[in-house]
Structure formats: C-alpha cells, structure tokens
Design a protein around this ligand. Sequence first.
Ligand code: ADP
Ligand code: MN
Ligand code: MN
Ligand code: MN
Length: 355
Amino acid sequence: MAYQAEYIWIDGTEPSPLMRSKTKIIKDGKEPGIWGFDGSSTNQATGDNSDCVLRPVFTCPDPLRGPDDILVLCEVLTVDMRPHPTNSRAKLKAVVNKYKSFEPMFGLEQEYTFMKDNHPLGWPENGYPAPQGPYYCGVGGDQMPGRDIVEAHTLACLEAGLAIEGTNAEVMMGQWEFQIGAIGPLEVSDQLWIARWLLFRIAEDFGVFATLDAKPMLGDWNGAGCHTNFSTNAMREDGGWKHIIAGCEAIGKKVDEHIENYGVGIELRLTGQHETAHYTKFSYGVSDRGASIRIPWQVYKDKKGYLEDRRPNANMDPYKVTRVIVNTVCEAASTAPAKKAAPAKKAAKKAAKRR
Ligand code: ADP
Ligand code: MN
Ligand code: MN
Ligand code: MN
C-alpha cells in the first residue's frame, strides 16, 4: 500500500525562520527521495527563479498518522544541489566532520509557551495571573494549563523514536519544557526540529499555538530559553574537569560570536534577571543559575561531565548553536591542549568572583 511522507523543512523567514511541511504519497517499496518546493513563498527564492530542492536528512515514524507513514526532515538546496544560504545544517556538518575525534554530545532543554487569543494559555483575558512561584514543576487546579498537550507531545516524540528525556512545567504560567539528548550535534539538532514540528502540529489539534518566542511577555515574567548542555569525550572521562574549565574559558573569549548565533531577541531575555546573565557579560560557575555557563553540582562533585550554556534562546537554531560551541571549544583544545586547571574549588571561587 502507498504511505504518506511528511516532508519538513526550515524556511527563510526573517528574523526567525518558520517550519514548513507538505505531504507526499509514496508507492509501497519506494524510498522518500529528493523533492522540491516554491521558494518564492518561503523567502528562499524569487518568483522568476523559484525552485528549491528538498533533500532528506533524517526520517522517523510519523506518530500522528498510520503505522507505515513517516516524517522526513530535509535540508534545502539550490537547484545546482548546493546548500541554500538558509541551510545552516550544511555548515554544522563541516564542523562536525572536522572535530569528529572529540565525540561532541549535546542535551537541549527546549522551553516554549502556549498561546491562545494573543496571550499565554490560561492567562485571564485582561490582566495577569498570580505572580510566578507556583508554576515551575507545579501541579493542581487551573494553574497548569496545557498539560494535556504536553502529554500528547511527549507520547508522539517517544513513538517517533526521538531521544526525548523529560518534560517539566516552567516558571511562567503557560510555559513548558522538554529535553532532547544527550546525542551528537547533527542528531540532536535534527531531532529538536522534528520535536518542534510535532509540538506545533499537535497544538493545532487543541486550538492552541506554541511559540518559541524568547520573551513572550515583557516585564516580570521569565523568558524562554534553550539551555545547551555540552561535552566532549575528554570532559566525560576521568580528569574531565580541566577540559570543562578550558571549554568555559574558550567560550568566554568569543562572547559576541556566540550571542549572535544564540537566537533573535536575546537582549530582551538576557537582562541579568529571571535566572539569566546579562548578554554583554560572561561568567561561569558551579550551580550558578545566574551565570552564562553553569557547571552542574554533580559535575563538580565527579570532576567530569558537561557544561550548561544557559544563554541560547528558545528560538535558537540548534544547527548554529551546536556549531559555534563545537568550533570554539574544539578549536581551542586543538591549538592549546587544556593545562592542568586550578584545583576545582579555586576555579569555582574564581568564577563566582567574576560575576
Ligand atoms: P536543568 O533543568 O537542571 O538544567 P535538565 O534535566 O532539564 O536540567 O537537563 C539536563 C540536560 O543535560 C539534559 O538535556 C541532558 O541530556 C544533558 N546532559 C547530561 N549529561 C550530558 C553530557 N555528558 N553531555 C551533554 N549533555 C548532557
Ligand atoms: Mn531543564
Ligand atoms: Mn528550564
Ligand atoms: Mn537548564
């Protein structure tokens, strides 16, 4: 029997790209091949030269349709089969190949906000809900709007075979999070895009809209981020601590380049309040949720593991974020191997002072 393949891609909308998809019926026994679309309708081409190419890069079962149907994430090419300027995956691939020996791994914490009638789900039509406090990981009453959508989305991610790790309600009412990882940079990015598409698509069925806007409500309300947890093989092994510190130091030398790639509107979110560090400042510290990079307590205890860059926005492009992190950290490690780092305690103190 024929099956349905949902071709999914990332468009050229400025300043934040949108996800697009369309369905192809494929005769049984056939693979989902190259396809095309009208780039003049997605800000990826002009009307007089409108064809763009879709090349499948990741497929998985489609949890919303029949058992034989699939989701097909694609990269966008021009008709001469070169990466389209909006194709950030191709650039990540080059960096991943260059630094393969570091075996980089990422876990991404995707925060997002459900919206209905132009305000976050569950908010009163006029005015505000009770101040932040009870919502983070909360339960009960009418305080946790959207949980039914979260449950449906989690099941869908599992059925699609994605590396979803968990979910939680966030600090602002109507805001939630899921995590994907810890896997390689291309894998985590492809899977995050698919998980986002599933979120948008499932929210449709509930008459709700899910936004990745990094600061959906100005004022005393938390923004939405995508904390990016990162490690190399050296960080994960015994003696990893000095590599983690070297990674933090390397990232701290390229603040502008990183912030540029961490998502649209980052100045609105990284204000220095609401568990963020100001976007112009750089700091790292153990357990510090007000630092740019947090080293989790368990990592400090084990003296190995990973670091958490807390700055990327919810609306970030994972192909860009994982690329700059791998590039910065692995380039620095290749040119100047990590020195014997200061004893853990001293480094933590030093980082804390810097705040
Ligand atoms: P928190 O909310 O306290 O910051 P979460 O549980 O939401 O923590 O997320 C922790 C993330 O750390 C997960 O995405 C997980 O994949 C990631 N992680 C754990 N170990 C590693 C590792 N060695 N390398 C990269 N990421 C890791
Ligand atoms: Mn989290
Ligand atoms: Mn969170
Ligand atoms: Mn986090």
